[in-house]
Design a protein around this ligand. Sequence first.
Ligand code: ADP
Ligand code: MG
Ligand code: ZN
Length: 476
Amino acid sequence: MSNFETIIGLEVHVQLNTKTKIFCSCATSFGDMPNTNVCPVCLGLPGALPVLNKEAVKKAISFGTAIQAKINQNSVFARKNYFYPDLPKAYQISQFEIPIVGYGTIEIDVHGEKKIIGVTRAHLEEDAGKNIHDGNISKVDLNRACTPLLEIVSEPDMRSSDEAIAYLKKLHSIVRFLEISDANMQEGSFRCDANVSIRPKGETKFYTRVEIKNLNSFKFIQKAIEYEVVRQREAFESGCYNDEIVQETRLFDTQKGVTKSMRGKEESADYRYFPDPDLLPVFLDSKFLEDAQKIPEMPESKIVRYVTDFGLKENDAKIITQDIDMVKYFEFLVQQKILAKTAYTWLTTELQGRLKNGNTLATCGISKEVFYTLLERLQTQKISGSGAKTILDNLVENHGGDVDFLIKELGLEQINDDSAILTLIDSILNANSDKVAEYKAGKEKMLGFFVGQVMKASKGANPARVNELLREKLSK
Ligand code: ADP
Ligand code: MG
Ligand code: ZN
């Protein structure tokens, strides 16, 4: 047992999925040719005037509502002044004293234990551009400049890296369910800075924190925090805490798994914040606020509904609601009268189980409509379970396809017509009269042989029905 307590506070930047930037009408699309989505405003040309994007404000309110936060009816945009090549105006428009979203809470669950984490604030701001370093040359791409971010600042309430990850995953799920961000970590639409400090157990005052940047996966965040905790504890135990642990910004080196000093910590005074004279204070009228506070159903309430309305096990409902795409497929399927249990199993085990190489529901090419057709044909016994699996293999491999075409092409149409099955049974029994005699003499396991023969001859007879009809026939 360690004699130290870990203290973690997280700052998360979520890129809001508005079509256009926060202060101009340039597109926010990712991966376009550098410097093609730019205009005088986001290039920071003198005299250009910013105009606030309403959609960004709505999305921020939607987030605040989901975490039961205080929404500030009046909020102010401020200039945060600093110099960097990817920041053409030499200031970032952000919110300082009065953010749009005030104090709220997020409940996390770590190994079955629930805990409330405070969210200090969430404010709107513009993103900077990107510096691209290529050998001796550095280039600047300003496509990302001025895209809307929601910065969500937590209280220093987390006490372990597990709690930090649980908080981040919860936050990730909230913004995905609200559909205010795609929250793609690789593309940088969900970025986290971790503030980490330790203190001897029993103390109540906070010790020096360091801020770790450059964390673009849950795995790296966890590793970086754990490395940092050990570094600080070792400094404490060897008596050099005051020399080695200073308030600073550190970078996580993903290759070596260590954090390294990047720069001393700026104080807010260094940024010379002041209200942006080009933007009026934001006032939310009641109608706008009320509309923006209507938010989609969140996982907790979906879980309850899935259990009561569809008879799912709570755990199965939890698995579905881990992912908004899964929820969309599931809800579509049950709405189209696929049994909930079938939808659950085929989504989680069969489809998910077949997705490889980072493929997800969103990227696998099998739309929910195509998946529905597959399950409908299964449910109405047009194909058997094994036939459906064969088709699914094919759909996954080819990134989609036409279910009915595949049923024909692969000869998987199930024969449910009794008379067709009976004809087959008769011919099999006639050809094997010796075995029929054995069966009648008590060798019951011959039944399996007959079923096998009929199935082989039919390529698609409903196996359950074949079984029933054979038993009937043989008992005569
Ligand atoms: P800054 O912009 O200077 O980083 P913020 O107020 O935006 O300041 O963020 C500070 C973050 O650091 C918050 O998430 C807060 O919870 C966290 N924090 C503050 N003190 C500590 C501490 N002693 N240990 C760990 N985290 C801390
Ligand atoms: Mg910070
Ligand atoms: Zn622009």
